[in-house]
Design a protein around this ligand. Structure first.
Ligand code: DX5
Ligand code: ZN
Length: 217
């Protein structure tokens, strides 16, 4: 079992001192930083957008992993590239022309991800999996950090892994929501490559150690 990439989400960081959170992540074993963008329409919460991402881009060289929980994300693909996002993930449920959106993300130089809500079957990706760099499986209903991991996700991770192997896809599997030191090993064992974590890390008395705990599973 290879070590997972950890992508801490700043959604649970102290927004009055984001530079402190970024410096902390710079000193950690996390390779990516997860950016949860919410519009109050696709999900019942509003988080932050381009100006915040642009300002923290100056503080770190870590991979910027943006998870767009917004309607019509295709409107902003160029903007996310311009502010320094590396991996751009859109939700399957927001897309009529997913193939066009994925093509554009890759054409302008970012990695393309597709996220599935807990109720959206993995099989819906079978005709696009070869073109994806990443599949994000939501293990909570998107919108908030601090929710409980949905157990059915283990089956979805295995199913995504089978689909990837069967189709010779290079897509990585990212799992997002309710991850902590009690379930991380089982999630990685099922086939996850990247673990997103917000509340477990930022509510931990030692966030650097919390990240190591997840990485060493
Ligand atoms: C939820 C977000 C997640 C969330 C994870 O909509 O996509 O990235 O911040 O938070 P935890 O790790 O607290 O479940
Ligand atoms: Zn997320």
């Amino acid at each position: 079992m290879s070590k997972p990439i950890i992508s801490p989400s700043i959604l649970s960081a102290d927004f009055s001192d984001l530079s402190k959170a970024i410096h902390l992540l710079n000193n950690s074993s996390a390779e990516w930083i997860h950016l949860d963008v919410m519009d109050g329409n696709f999900v019942p919460n509003i988080s932050f957008g381009m100006p915040v991402i642009k300002s923290i881009r100056k503080l770190t060289d870590k991979v910027f992993d943006a998870h767009l929980m917004i309607e019509k994300p295709e409107r902003y693909i160029h903007n996310f590239k311009l502010i320094g996002v590396d991996v751009l993930t859109v939700h399957y449920e927001t897309q009529i022309h997913l193939n066009r959106t994925v093509d554009l993300i890759k054409k302008i130089g970012m990695k393309a991800g597709v996220a599935l809500n807990p109720h959206t079957p993995v099989s819906f990706l079978q005709d696009i999996i070869k073109d994806l760099d990443l599949v994000l499986l939501m293990s909570v209903n998107p919108g908030f950090s601090g929710q409980k991991f949905i157990e059915h996700t283990y089956d979805k991770i295995k199913e995504a892994k089978e689909l990837i192997l069967k189709t010779d896809s290079n897509a990585l599997i990212e799992v997002d929501g309710g991850i902590n030191d009690t379930n991380a090993a089982k999630i990685v064992e099922a086939g996850a490559d990247i673990l997103v974590t917000a509340s477990y890390v930022f509510n931990h008395e030692n966030p650097i150690k919390a990240i190591d705990n997840l990485r060493k599973v």
